[in-house]
Design a binder for this molecule. Structure first.
Ligand SMILES: Cc1cc2nc3c(=O)[nH]c(=O)nc-3n(C[C@H](O)[C@H](O)[C@H](O)COP(=O)(O)O)c2cc1C
Length: 243
């Protein structure tokens, strides 16, 4: 399949076969992640492959995301990482002050995310399926303990990669004119929202598993009904960031 077609066919995969990824494929996945652009070439991320079954179970529990008792799919954790840079600065006796800022944190989260998405695209163009797992942030302090994360790091999300056992139908995205502006920001109109609610409602009703009577607005409302992961700032401050 052409890469563009493959990308448009993306769906998150949450069920994998027992087939293991070869060492060569796993190396390619990490190299493809490392090839992503990186702000000021800081390469401010780390990737941790979880091979220990106890750790994996613990992480799946935190994320509320059990993948077949932890024996299917490879699990990577993407970490926004300024610890490496702290080491460089410390070796030169430089101040860490400007490493601890919100801007530096954003840079590292962006770097980790770009790396992950490069891995995802490579994976999907090689018949693998992926699923991001933001649920690891349900317990940041436990994640820190499990992964022995040092100061100035932040676990952004996990990603399962494996051979798909099942594939969901493609979720219809917002129409292109809802995300693409020309020269200035383009707001949604009530009509666009209504139309998209209809599209997504039809999708949720017609899909072959986990049929739901809902739509995009309802999903958005559910997401922002109450504050999520309220201790993120506390965690980041403990990790040495200063806001
Ligand atoms: C950063 C991030 C975190 C995510 N975390 C989870 C998660 O914890 N559990 C899950 O089932 N899906 C997770 N997803 C997958 C999204 O639910 C999914 O991408 C979205 O519903 C669109 O569906 P699709 O990927 O199948 O097109 C995550 C996606 C992203 C980008």
């Amino acid at each position: 399949m052409e890469l563009f077609e493959t990308m448009l066919q993306h769906t998150s995969v949450r069920s994998f076969t027992q087939e293991k990824l070869s060492d060569e494929r796993k190396e390619q996945l990490v190299l493809s992640a490392q090839s992503a652009s990186s702000s000021n070439f800081l390469q401010a991320f780390s990737i941790i492959e979880i091979t220990d079954s106890e750790k994996r179970k613990a992480i799946e529990q935190i994320a509320n995301f059990p993948v077949d008792n932890g024996d299917k799919g490879t699990l990577y954790i993407f970490v926004a990482d300024l610890n490496k840079h702290a080491q460089v600065l410390a070796l030169n006796g430089d101040s860490l002050e400007h490493l601890r800022t919100m801007e530096s944190l954003v840079v590292s989260i962006v770097d980790a995310t770009l790396a992950a998405q490069s891995m995802a695209v490579f994976a999907e163009s090689n018949d693998l399926g992926i699923c991001y797992v933001g649920g690891i942030r349900n317990n940041l302090f436990k994640m820190k303990e499990l992964l022995e994360l040092p100061a100035l790091t932040y676990p952004v999300f996990g990603m399962f990669v494996g051979y798909p056992a099942e594939k969901n139908e493609v979720k219809p995205r917002l129409p292109i004119h809802a995300v693409l502006g020309e020269n200035s920001y383009r707001s949604l109109t009530a009509e666009m929202i209504n139309d998209y609610n209809k599209t997504t409602s039809d999708y949720y009703q017609a899909r072959s598993s986990n049929i739901q009577s809902t739509n995009w607005s309802e999903k958005v409302r559910q997401q922002f009904e109450y504050p999520r992961r309220k201790n993120t700032v506390e965690f980041l401050k403990k990790q040495g960031f200063v806001f």
